[in-house]
Design a protein around this ligand. Sequence first.
Ligand SMILES: C[S@@+](CC[C@H](N)C(=O)[O-])C[C@H]1O[C@@H](n2cnc3c(N)ncnc32)[C@H](O)[C@@H]1O
Length: 399
Amino acid sequence: MVQTILRPAMDPAPILLDLPSSSFRPCIYGVGAWTDHLHFAYDLVATLKPRLLVELGTDRGESYFAFCQAAAEHRTGTRCFAVDTWRGDQQAGGYDETTFDEVSNHNATNYQPFSILLRCSFDNALDHFASDSIDVLHLDGLHTESAVRHDVEHWLPKIRPGGILLMHDISVRVREFGVWKVWDELRATGRSFAFSSGPGLGVWQKPPANRLPYPIETLLDDADGPASAPIEAYYRNLASEMQQKIAQEWRDGTIRDDDDARQTTIQVFHTHDGIHREEDSAVARVGHEVWKEVLIPLPSDAGAAPLRIDFVSPFTTIDLAAVELRRDEKTLFAARDGRGFETIAVAGDAERHPHHVYLRIEITGLDPQLYLPRIDSTSGTGALTVRLQLRATRDIPMD
Ligand SMILES: C[S@@+](CC[C@H](N)C(=O)[O-])C[C@H]1O[C@@H](n2cnc3c(N)ncnc32)[C@H](O)[C@@H]1O
């Protein structure tokens, strides 16, 4: 299917234009928070043909591999660099080596000639890049105001005049997210466009306002005007199609066969009033098929009335050998055998299977939940940690 949009041209007659993303089929999608902007990322690289693109914050590569896919499919000659510790952070949550293994395999298989993974801190990567050298910089690391200020201050000098900075999560205002504050200041200093869908994506051109190819030029030149509206609508429609595709893959179970379906995200909700809110939660991610010990730090004043543990795990079986809540070395709750596991309620898209050693649950959809009994977590001031010993497997294990 060829998607076309109307572009108001310099002359009054609108012209029809096919964007490169009309035939884009992302290889990696739905594994981060970037699904809404993948098609724009693809067009940015395919039309701008940047010589040097750098991403700060790659995780499973949802955004980065859209850039790489465009560079490969349109032979743009771009050199791409992804910078990440591949350990996670306090907002993205911690994750194990599975992520880096998968990202480096995908990179080596598909983009080896032009894409380099720099496994280090953003600060340590600074010396790899000369001043005024980067054509497109994507900033998507830790999203606190101070971290974003630090990164912008250190990395803006690396962007060449007329180059592009992308900032992800400019619309998010919960849980200490402060990108929006830095973005609000930055946008006053150069041409910019803000995609409002999803967590928001800011596109900013470092002065001077050199002319850029379509559709970037139109977005920056007429940011809130009628010329950019159909372009934004085009991307919104594609994002909605992607979301429907992902939802369908969960409905029909084909999500299970995706190459990137080999990790489980664990989300622990803490509460004092019994209501579980997204902003009062902590996440971690583990690879499948082997036993893992997972430590998930909670705020020291977190309530456990009760704790709820959710999994995003594509129709796997999860065996839990231990579920604990600790304050420093003191154990506030522990379930490590049948009697302890009976105190944990299984709800939502999960079924409890009888097992003589583990708490075994089969994940049947997107929203499986475990509820721990109410625990008094209010005394003491030390670090509060959920400790899990678990194994997620594609098929029900024989043991
Ligand atoms: C929000 S995720 C990136 C999401 C990714 N762009 C995507 O498309 O899904 C943030 C990543 O930044 C990394 N990170 C955060 N601060 C960092 C720093 N100062 N140095 C290196 N990596 C960092 C974390 O390890 C994490 O993988």
